[in-house]
Structures are given as structure tokens and as C-alpha cells.
Design a protein around this ligand. Structure first.
Ligand code: HEM
Ligand code: HEM
Length: 180
């Protein structure tokens, strides 16, 4: 058994791809929501809230898995700036996966609305009702959602660069491989 495996742990891979699908769906649901009125808006927001809270719970599980399993090493010939960029972008992705759902939850609390996940499932308010705070949180949620979108696009480009141009096993490490 080597100190560093060639692949991410199977549970880490499952969570990575499941959450990638959920987050990409959330970005489109969110953007679709603010561009719609009437019934479609209500339908989308009923999907947006529980899916966002599920992401919050899953990222906590994912961080526990992250720190209790071993990660593959990047290849030694990767330029330092790319190693640093990979680390920084991963930290940013984790930070946004945590803060965006919390901002969404806080935003609805600040609006003074009940935070309903389903017709009979209400979450507690996490901040007091306050119009100025709502305005700030609403803007922060929007800007950070688009920052997440941008980071995911750069991350996708980097993954494909590793898989198709460098062919150094990084993309493969998130796709397949037996547990060590
Ligand atoms: C990873 C999780 C999340 C992502 C990626 C996400 C993404 C988005 C996006 C892209 C928008 C549109 C922003 C704009 O154009 O200004 C939005 C709006 C919104 N989000 Fe989220 N969101 C997440 C979690 C949540 C959660 C957990 C809640 C509430 C419990 C929430 C509540 C809202 C609300 C109320 C709006 C504004 C809707 C409107 O003005 O019509 N979001 N979100
Ligand atoms: C919403 C979308 C996504 C999010 C939030 C996300 C997030 C992350 C995070 C946080 C890591 C770091 C794992 C760790 O070391 O703990 C990671 C690694 C990785 N992701 Fe993603 N990811 C997304 C989509 C994708 C897509 C679409 C691809 C490829 C087509 C991809 C390929 C990879 C690869 C190859 C790694 C391993 C990188 C390495 O070893 O340094 N990801 N992802």
C-alpha cells in the first residue's frame, strides 16, 4: 500500500460527481428563477431551496471524507503556479459550496419569510428580519453564485487540460480506480 493512492476514494468520487450535477443544476435553476415570473418561478424556487440545503449537508460529509482519506499527489513536473492554482481553486470551490447555501438560507430569514423546504418542513431563521441585511445577502448570493459558475468553468478547463493535453492521470484519478 503506497502512502498516496493513484485515485480519490470511491466515496469521494461519488460525492464529487453527484454534487457537480446538483451544483450545475442549481446554477441554472437560480438563473432561470430570477428570469421567470408566476408559476415557473414558484416551481423553480421549490426545487432550489431543498436542493441547496442538500448541497450544504453533502459538503459537510464531503469535507469529513476529504480529511479522513488520502488524496493522490499531482505529478512532480507540474509547474508550481499550476499546483498553487489547483489548491487555491479547490479551497475556493469548497468555500463557495458552504457559503452559498448559508447565504440563501440567511437571505430568506432576513426577508422575514418562513424558510420552507417543503409544505410541512420549515427551517429556523438564522438571522433577524432586516431589509438592509436582506439587500446585502441577496446581492452576495447572486455575485458568489456567478463566481462559482466561473470557477467551475476554469476547473473544468483545467481537468480537460490534464486529461487530454498533459495526460498525467489527474482526470483519471477522479473518474475510476479501485480503492487502496
Ligand atoms: C450551492 C447552492 C446554491 C446555488 C449554486 C445557488 C444559486 C443561485 C443563483 C445562480 C441565483 C440567481 C442569482 C441572481 O441572478 O441574482 C439564486 C437566487 C436565489 N437563491 Fe440560490 N443558490 C444556492 C442555494 C440556495 C439556498 C440553500 C437557498 C434558500 C434556502 C437559496 C435561495 C435563493 C433565493 C431566494 C434566490 C432569489 C430568487 C429570486 O429573486 O427570484 N439559494 N441562487
Ligand atoms: C460543480 C462542479 C464541480 C465542483 C464544485 C468540483 C469541485 C472539486 C473539488 C473541491 C475538488 C478537489 C478535491 C480535493 O482534493 O479535495 C475537485 C477535484 C477534481 N475535479 Fe471537480 N468539481 C466540479 C466539476 C468537475 C468537472 C465537470 C470535472 C471534469 C470534467 C472535474 C474534475 C475534477 C478532477 C480531475 C479533480 C482532481 C484534481 C486534483 O487531483 O487536483 N470536476 N473538484
Amino acid at each position: 500500500m503506497s502512502a498516496h493512492p493513484n485515485h480519490f476514494a470511491p466515496l469521494a468520487r461519488l460525492l464529487h460527481w453527484l454534487m457537480a450535477l446538483m451544483i450545475i443544476a442549481m446554477l441554472f435553476i437560480g438563473a432561470g428563477m430570477v428570469a421567470s415570473v408566476s408559476e415557473r418561478h414558484a416551481w423553480l424556487i421549490h426545487l432550489h431551496k431543498p436542493l441547496g440545503i442538500a448541497i450544504l449537508l453533502l459538503v459537510i460529509v464531503r469535507l469529513v471524507v476529504r480529511f479522513s482519506t488520502r488524496q493522490p499527489l499531482l505529478s512532480a513536473d507540474l509547474p508550481t503556479w499550476q499546483v498553487l492554482a489547483a489548491r487555491a481553486s479547490h479551497v475556493l470551490l469548497y468555500a463557495l459550496m458552504l457559503t452559498l447555501p448559508l447565504l440563501g438560507w440567511a437571505m430568506i430569514s432576513a426577508a422575514g419569510d418562513p424558510v420552507m423546504l417543503a409544505s410541512a418542513w420549515q427551517l429556523p431563521s438564522i438571522v433577524p428580519a432586516n431589509t438592509a441585511l436582506f439587500t446585502f445577502l441577496r446581492k452576495a448570493h447572486g455575485y458568489l453564485a456567478y463566481l462559482l459558475f466561473l470557477t467551475v468553468l476554469v476547473h473544468l478547463a483545467a481537468a480537460l487540460f490534464h486529461g487530454w493535453v498533459r495526460r498525467d492521470g489527474v482526470l483519471q484519478s477522479m473518474l475510476a480506480g479501485k480503492d487502496h
